[in-house]
Ligand binder design. Structure first.
Ligand code: PMP
Length: 311
């Protein structure tokens, strides 16, 4: 049997006891950084594979630096805390792991990061697919522009910045699309609301630069690495224009929650033949195997948490 537990104020507690005050700074101003990590259950191995946990925590620590969040844990500590909580919860299914470092000060009228206390919390929940579609999804170009590095740094996961993506995602869903693609302030292609973006033209794969206001995606890094090592294709990082996407052969999105998601339509125009393209299909299949600990070459990306023999 699994239990719903959280790591909160330095210890493991039942989730319903992990509560903050209404005066908490992060609740008012979005002064937190978070991660989304997947634990992928491999029933055959009786093991939870936590995918690229170290890299996620390295990015969290960079976010902490950005927001002057002083938490008393190293990347190694955070990995250990996560592993312990997984064991205590006892999930034997795919999970989504959500660490959050936040300004925990219970005093709202203070905008000076350096004066505010910080804390770290961790929750995890059973989690299946994020975008409900086996085939290629339909996207629109959002009317909302991606936040700029001169506004709030987009390369780390600051909680407050997610209002930007939430506005875009909501607009897209209410208009009948599956996801939004955002342009940056210069009109260049940025990313999805929770995914980085790739475009395939012939045998070439292109993706926007991180400096075009994109998150330093870990799945993005996986796609770049796997494209090179498994498909022999080097990914070109450059500035992309919206019209290039319309005329490309394939577009796909990458993210911890979304995995590798093919895009079949953008703004009601078919991308290629509108179906899952061959390069996307290959990458998606390799990635799916890799995250579940079934690709020996990339076993080092999977942090194994062996679960007891009960079921
Ligand atoms: N962009 C944004 C805005 C995101 O929230 C995410 C999800 N973390 C991504 C891209 C993909 O990043 P990753 O592959 O590290 O999950």
């Amino acid at each position: 049997m699994s239990k719903s537990l959280a790591f909160f104020r330095g210890k493991i507690v039942p989730s319903q006891e992990a509560n903050v005050s209404i005066s908490t700074h992060a609740l008012h101003y979005g002064t937190g950084v978070f991660e989304g990590i997947r634990g992928n259950w491999n029933a055959e191995h009786k093991t939870m594979y936590v995918f690229r946990m170290k890299e996620h925590y390295e990015r969290l620590i960079l976010g902490c630096k950005m927001l002057m969040l002083d938490i008393p844990y190293s990347v190694t500590d955070l990995c250990e805390i996560t592993e312990n909580l997984i064991r205590e919860c006892g999930y034997q299914e795919d999970i989504y792991i959500r660490p959050l470092a936040y300004k925990s000060e219970e005093l709202v009228a203070n905008l000076k990061l350096h004066e505010l206390s910080s804390d770290f919390a961790l929750i995890m929940i059973p989690f299946g697919s994020y975008i409900d579609s086996d085939g290629a999804i339909s996207c629109c170009t959002s009317s909302w522009r991606r936040i700029d590095d001169t506004i709030i740094p987009p390369r780390v996961k600051i909680t407050g910045t997610y209002v930007n993506g939430i506005l875009a995602k909501t607009e897209a869903i209410l208009a009948g699309f599956d996801e939004a693609i955002m342009l940056n302030q210069d009109g260049a292609v940025s990313e999805g609301t929770g995914e980085n973006l790739f475009m395939v033209v012939g045998n070439e794969i292109h993706t926007p630069l991180i400096s075009d206001n994109n998150l330093t995606g870990i799945t993005r890094d996986c796609a770049i690495t796997l494209a090179a090592s498994e498909l022999g294709l080097e990914v070109i990082q450059r500035r992309l224009r919206r019209s290039e996407l319309y005329l490309s052969d394939e577009v796909f999105l990458t993210g911890t929650a979304a995995h590798i998601t093919p895009v079949g339509k953008i703004d009601n125009r078919s991308i290629g033949d509108g179906k899952v393209g061959p390069i996307t299909e290959k990458l998606r299949t390799i990635y799916a195997r890799t995250v579940r600990g079934n690709n020996p070459k990339y076993k080092h990306w999977c942090h194994p948490v062996k679960m007891g023999n009960s079921s």
